[in-house]
Design a protein around this ligand. Structure first.
Ligand SMILES: *Cc1c(COP(=O)(O)O)cnc(C)c1O
Length: 376
């Protein structure tokens, strides 16, 4: 028996009827770009986040870029984010012409170390991008306090955290704007690429909508240079079907995370293997379930030997990526991010994962640690 790292087929087979019906509807109506289907999805997604406006775009990185551009961020500006995130968080900043400024993560939670923010802020800083990494809400309240003191925008990178909550509020409604991705393996995934920008500001949403369609306002008049950042009607129709199931899927991801945690403890595996759970008042939606151990590569190989898929998010921190060598941060600049890159790995966590499969993963880990104890 194998346990694949992701298996989207399980979800799609269950929704096959609903999805086909939605796709057929778009084919019949024939409005493939923007239009009613997208508007409905935008309204539903904004409501889901508890925010006023949502602007459908073609990817998560476009959502980040459009949010920055709508805020007027560009060459000469700086935007602060973390060294341990997906490359898109940082490349969206660089794409606007602004300079990314990085801070380290907290070694235990792997989320932005907010105590480092003030040191990273200069007179050129315009915005902070906290990342809800793995589906765990970052401490946006603390970020917002710093942002308010320096008059900065807060753009949540919520690409891994659809539906996560802090207190009673969903991510996406906590800052100036937020970016979501609908890449197939995200908690809400399209049949291809997609993304969404969410904001409470009518003005920002308006600017994003103009930038999304070649800067046109009205049609054929272009006061700003825009691009093509549109989300297809087909993807919107598919995502509308899936959005109705998202809260159930998040609950299933949390149930799987609880099972992992209980079984890892019950088998007496090192406590340090567990990634730190979210603060009690926040609701983690586990896009990834991340474990850590100094012999990460050994653990990954042991799981692979038993047919269990794993992934590493992320093996090389952003400041050590060749394309960001110009930022001038060498090895040792962000020790917590570098350590996470050496020690962490993700195991399967999708909603349809069975308890028997979780037992296989935990059993393989137990065998790995036993062998190591034996050799030591
Ligand atoms: C997936 C992801 C993105 C970008 O999403 P795309 O849709 O692939 O462009 C940005 N930030 C984070 C943290 C992500 O996980």
């Amino acid at each position: 028996m194998k346990v694949p790292f992701v298996d989207l087929g399980r979800q799609h087979r269950r929704l096959s009827g609903e999805l086909r019906w939605a796709i057929d509807g778009v084919i019949e109506r024939g409005d493939f770009v923007l239009g009613e289907e997208l508007e409905r999805f935008e309204q539903e997604f904004a409501a889901f986040c508890g925010a006023r406006h949502a602007v459908g775009v073609d990817s998560g990185v476009s959502a980040l870029e459009l949010a920055l551009r709508a805020l007027g961020v560009g060459p000469g500006d700086e935007v602060v984010t973390v060294a341990n995130t997906f490359i898109a968080t940082v490349s969206a900043i660089a794409f606007t012409g602004a300079r990314p400024t990085l801070v380290d993560i907290q070694p235990d939670t792997l989320q932005m170390d907010v105590t480092q923010l003030e040191r990273a802020i200069t007179p050129r800083t315009r915005a902070i991008i906290p990342v809800h990494l793995y589906g765990c809400p970052a401490d946006v309240e603390a970020v917002a306090k710093v942002a308010a003191a320096y008059n900065l925008a807060v753009i949540e990178d919520a690409c891994q955290a659809h539906g996560a909550r802090v207190g009673g509020r969903r991510v996406g409604s906590l800052g100036t704007a937020a970016a979501f991705s609908f890449y197939p393996s995200k908690n809400l995934g399209a049949f291809g690429d997609g993304g969404m920008c969410v904001t409470n500001s009518a003005e920002l949403a308006h600017r994003m909508k103009i930038l999304r369609v070649h800067g046109a306002e009205p049609e054929d008049i272009h006061k700003v240079v825009g691009g093509n950042f549109r989300l297809d009607a087909l993807q919107a129709a598919i995502l509308r079907v899936k959005l109705r199931h998202l809260d159930d899927w998040s609950a299933a991801r949390r149930r799987n995370a609880d099972l992992y945690e209980r079984k890892i403890r019950a088998l007496g595996l090192p406590e340090s293997v567990l990634s730190t759970p979210a603060a009690r008042e926040s609701r983690h939606v586990f896009n990834q379930y991340v474990l850590r151990t100094p012999d990460r590569d050994g653990a990954v190989a042991a799981l692979a030997g038993r047919g269990i898929g794993t992934e590493i998010y992320y093996p090389l921190p952003l400041h050590l990526q060749p394309c960001f060598a110009n930022l001038g941060h060498g090895p040792g600049s962000f020790p917590a991010a570098e350590r996470a890159a050496r020690e962490t790995f993700a195991v399967p966590i999708y909603p349809e994962l069975t308890e028997a499969e979780i037992d296989l993963v935990v059993g393989a880990l137990a065998a790995h640690f036993e062998t190591k104890a034996h050799v030591a």
